[in-house]
Ligand binder design. Structure first.
Ligand code: ADP
Ligand code: MG
Length: 699
C-alpha cells in the first residue's frame, strides 16, 4: 500500500524535485533567486523551464498555465499545450525560459478598477519563483504575479510579496538594535482555518439562488438548526468522511499540509486547517484548497459551498488567519522569551501589532469586506464589524503594570522597567481563549477572525504586514538615534500602551453593549458594510502609509477600491435579479396554484354541504392572498430601485451607497414575506427544496 509519505508533494516541483531534475549549478542559481530575490539569467531560466517540463511530462502533464490571483474571483489560468510541430510532421513537447518567466493572457476582462483602460489593454503574468509550481489534472501550473504593462499590479500576489518585504526590512532594523546580527531574513507565517458547507448536488441543482449567487435568497427556518450543538465536533457521516479522505489525499499530493478536519457548528458545516507556512505559500495553498474542495466534492456527488452565509439563521462560514513573524534562525518574534532582553524585544513587537491594528482598523476591515461577509460580521456568530484585540488577562496585566508604573503581580520587583528588571515569564495561555474577539493573541501568534470563507487570505496579510512594518519603522527611526536605548525603549512601549489601549478588549465581542462602548466611549470605527468600509481605502493616512512602504501606488489603491466596490454592486444586482426571477416565475405561480386548489376545495366542500366552515382552507387562502399582494408590490419596488441604479453607474461609491440604503431593505422585506408563505404552503406546491431538505441532505 502507498503511504502518505510516498505521495506527499508528488505533484509539486518542490525542493526535492528541483534537486532531482536540475543540475547542481542551475539548482544553486534558482535557490539564490528564491531565497534572496536574485535575478535568474536567461540561460538558467531555459534550463529550469526544460527540467520543469521533463518533470511535468513524467507526471502526465500535457499543458502549462500561468496561475494567478486577479483582484476579484478565485484564481485564473489559461492553458497552453507544450506541443510544437516537429520538422518530420510529428510534435515536440517544448517549454522555454521565456514561457516560464512571462505570459500574456488575453485578460482584458479581469477587473482592474480602471487601471488598464488608461494605460494598456492587456496585462502580463510574471513567474513567482518563491512559490512552487504544481500539477493540476494534466496541467503544469506556474504561480505568477499579474501586472499591467506599466507595472501596476493587477493581482493579490504582487502587493503581498511587497508587504512581506516591507515587514522584513523594518523587522531587521529592530533586531539589529537588540544586537541580533545573525538574522538575514524575517518572514510572516500563516495558517488559515477554512470553513465550508457540503450539500448534495441533487439539492444544489434545484436552487437557482445557490447556482447564481452562492447563497439561498429565500428559505424558511428548519425545525432543527444548530440549537442542539450536536453537529460540532460530532461523528462525521460516512459520505463526508469519504470526501475528507479524498480531499486530504489530493491536498497532500500538492504538498499542502492539511492537518485537521472536523464538523463545525451548523448542520452540514465543516472545517479544514492546514499546518502554517510562509504567508506567500499559505495564500497560494488556501486558494488551491478552495478549488480542490469544490472538485473533490463534485466527484462525490456533493457541492462545496464557500459562500460566507449560504443559509440565513444558520451560522455562516469564516476563515481564521493565524499570523506570526519569525526569523530565518527559527525565532518566533511573537513568542514571549526566556530572558529580560528577549522579553523586551517581544513586547516591542507586540506593541507594534497593537499600534498597527489600532491605527489601521479601517484597512483591516477593508481587507475582509465583501457583500457576502457583510451578512456575518456583527451577526452574533462572527466578530462584529468593530475591530478590537484580545490579549488575555496575563499579558494585559503586564501591559497595565508598564503603563502605570505599578508592580506586576507576577514579579517581586516593585516597578517594571524593561531590560532592567526581570520581566515575568509569560505562560502561554492557550486555555483563556476568547472566541468572540476579531483579533486575538493566542500565545505565540495572532488570530484574525473576521475573514469570510471565500476571501483570499492575501488581502488581510497585505494590510497586516504593511501596518506592522509601519509601526516598526516608527520605532526604528526613533531608537536608531537614541542615546539611552533602554529608557527610550521603555518610554516608547509605555506610550504605545497608553495611546492604543482603546483597541484592547477582553470581554464578549458579541455583546451589543460592547458596540456602544467601542463606538461611543472609545471612538473605534464601526464600518458596518462593504459600502461603508471601502471609501476609507483612499483616506490620506492609508495612502501615505501604503505608498511609503511601496506596497501600492496611489493609482493601485484607487483601482482596488473601485473594483471591490464594483464587485459589491454586481453581487447585489445579481442577487436582486435572481430574487425577481425566482419570485415571478416560480414562487408566485406556486402559491397561486395552491390557493386555487384551496378555493376549489372550499367550493366543492360547500356544494356537498353548505354548512361546512372550511376554516383551514379559507384562513390560509386569505393569508396567502395578502402575501401574494405584498410580494407583488415588493417585486415592483425592487424593479423600480434597480432602474434608478443605472444613472449612478459612473460613481461606484454612490452606487454602492444607494444599494446599501435603498435596496437591501426591500430584499430583506421580500424574503420575509416569501419565507412566511413557504411555511403555510403545502410542500408539494413549493418549487424549491426547503432548508431542512438541503441541510440534512448528506447522509
Ligand atoms: P484553533 O483552536 O483556532 O483551531 P490551532 O492551535 O489548532 O487553533 O491552530 C490553528 C492554526 O494556527 C493552524 O493552521 C496552525 O498551523 C496555525 N498556527 C499554529 N502556530 C502558528 C504560528 N506560529 N504562526 C502561524 N500560524 C500558526
Ligand atoms: Mg481558530
Amino acid at each position: 500500500m502507498k503511504t502518505v509519505s510516498d505521495y506527499f508533494g508528488s505533484l509539486v516541483f518542490d525542493d526535492r524535485a528541483m534537486k532531482d531534475y536540475l543540475s547542481p549549478e542551475v539548482y544553486k542559481s534558482l535557490k539564490k533567486t528564491i531565497d534572496q530575490g536574485a535575478v535568474l539569467d536567461s540561460s538558467m531560466a531555459n534550463a529550469v523551464a526544460s527540467s520543469m517540463k521533463e518533470w511535468a511530462l513524467s507526471k502526465g502533464a500535457t499543458h502549462y498555465t500561468h496561475w494567478f490571483q486577479p483582484l476579484t474571483g478565485v484564481t485564473a489560468e489559461k492553458h497552453d499545450s507544450f506541443i510544437t510541430p516537429s520538422p518530420d510532421g510529428g510534435v515536440l513537447m517544448e517549454f522555454s525560459g521565456k514561457e516560464l518567466i512571462k505570459g500574456e493572457p488575453d485578460a482584458s476582462s479581469f477587473p482592474s478598477g480602471g487601471l488598464r483602460a488608461t494605460f494598456e489593454a492587456r496585462g502580463y503574468t510574471a513567474w513567482d519563483p518563491t512559490s512552487y509550481a504544481f500539477i493540476k489534472g494534466k496541467t503544469l501550473c506556474i504561480p505568477t504575479a499579474f501586472c499591467s504593462y506599466t507595472g501596476e499590479s493587477l493581482d493579490k500576489k504582487t502587493p503581498l510579496l511587497r508587504s512581506m518585504e516591507a515587514l522584513n526590512k523594518q523587522a531587521l532594523r529592530i533586531l539589529k538594535l537588540f544586537g541580533n546580527t545573525k538574522t538575514k531574513h524575517v518572514t510572516s507565517s500563516v495558517g488559515s482555518e477554512q470553513e465550508y458547507f457540503l450539500i448534495t448536488k441533487e439539492m444544489y441543482d434545484c436552487r437557482p439562488d445557490l447556482i447564481y449567487t452562492g447563497r439561498t435568497l429565500f428559505g424558511a427556518k428548519p425545525p432543527k438548526g444548530q440549537e442542539m450543538n450536536d453537529h460540532y465536533f460530532g461523528a462525521i457521516k460516512p459520505k463526508v468522511a469519504a470526501f475528507m479522505d479524498d480531499l486530504d489525499e489530493e491536498l497532500w499530493k500538492l504538498g499542502i499540509l492539511a492537518k485537521t478536519e472536523h464538523n463545525e457548528v451548523a448542520p452540514a458545516q465543516h472545517e479544514l486547517a492546514p499546518i502554517y507556512t510562509t504567508t506567500n505559500i499559505a495564500v497560494d495553498n488556501n486558494q488551491l484548497t478552495m478549488e480542490i474542495m469544490k472538485q473533490v466534492a463534485s466527484r462525490h456527488g456533493l457541492v462545496c459551498l464557500l459562500h460566507e452565509k449560504p443559509f440565513e439563521g444558520i451560522n455562516g462560514s469564516g476563515k481564521h488567519n493565524n499570523w506570526s513573524i519569525s526569523t530565518d534562525t527559527g525565532i518566533n518574534l511573537l513568542s514571549p522569551g526566556e530572558t529580560p532582553d528577549e522579553n523586551a524585544q517581544f513586547l516591542l513587537f507586540l506593541c507594534a501589532v497593537i499600534k498597527a491594528v489600532d491605527d489601521y482598523q479601517d484597512l483591516l476591515r477593508i481587507s475582509v469586506a465583501s457583500a457576502g461577509n457583510d451578512h456575518r460580521l456583527g451577526a452574533h456568530e462572527a466578530p462584529p464589524a468593530v475591530i478590537s484585540m484580545f490579549l488575555g488577562d496575563e499579558l494585559d496585566a503586564v501591559l497595565e503594570a508598564i503603563e502605570k508604573d505599578k508592580p506586576y503581580a507576577g514579579t517581586e520587583k516593585s516597578i517594571m522597567k524593561l531590560g532592567v528588571d526581570v520581566l515575568p515569564k509569560f505562560s502561554r495561555d492557550t486555555t483563556d481563549r476568547n472566541r468572540t474577539s476579531p483579533f486575538a493573541f493566542t500565545g505565540n501568534k495572532f488570530e484574525f477572525r473576521m475573514l469570510g470563507s471565500a476571501d483570499s487570505v492575501a488581502c488581510c496579510n497585505i494590510m497586516l504586514n504593511a501596518s506592522v512594518a509601519e509601526s516598526l519603522k516608527i520605532y526604528a527611526d526613533r531608537l536608531e538615534n537614541s542615546k539611552d536605548f533602554e529608557t527610550d525603549l521603555h518610554n516608547m512601549i509605555r506610550k504605545t500602551i497608553k495611546d492604543h489601549r482603546k483597541i484592547i478588549f477582553n470581554g464578549n465581542g458579541y455583546d451589543d453593549a460592547w458596540i456602544k462602548e467601542a463606538t461611543e466611549m472609545r471612538g473605534l470605527l464601526n464600518l458596518r458594510t462593504t459600502a461603508d468600509a471601502l471609501p476609507h481605502y483612499t483616506d490620506k493616512k492609508n495612502v501615505d502609509m501604503l505608498t511609503s512602504h511601496g506596497i501600492f501606488t496611489e493609482a493601485e489603491i484607487k483601482s482596488r477600491r473601485d473594483s471591490l466596490l464594483e464587485n459589491y454592486c454586481n453581487t447585489l444586482i445579481i442577487e436582486v435579479n435572481t430574487m425577481l426571477r425566482m419570485t415571478k416565475r416560480n414562487i408566485l405561480p406556486a402559491i397561486e396554484t395552491f390557493s386555487a386548489d384551496l378555493a376549489n376545495s372550499i367550493n366543492l366542500k360547500k356544494s356537498a354541504n353548505a354548512k361546512l366552515k372550511c376554516k383551514y382552507e379559507q384562513d390560509t387562502l386569505n393569508i396567502l392572498s395578502d402575501y401574494t399582494d405584498k410580494i407583488y408590490d415588493l417585486t415592483a419596488d425592487l424593479e423600480s430601485a434597480l432602474s434608478k441604479l443605472s444613472v449612478l453607474t459612473d460613481d461606484v461609491i454612490k452606487e454602492s451607497a444607494y444599494i446599501r440604503d435603498e435596496i437591501l431593505s426591500i430584499m430583506a422585506e421580500l424574503r420575509k414575506v416569501v419565507d412566511s408563505s413557504e411555511e403555510i404552503t403545502a410542500k408539494k406546491y413549493w418549487p424549491y427544496p426547503s432548508y431542512a431538505d438541503i441541510l440534512f441532505s448528506v447522509k
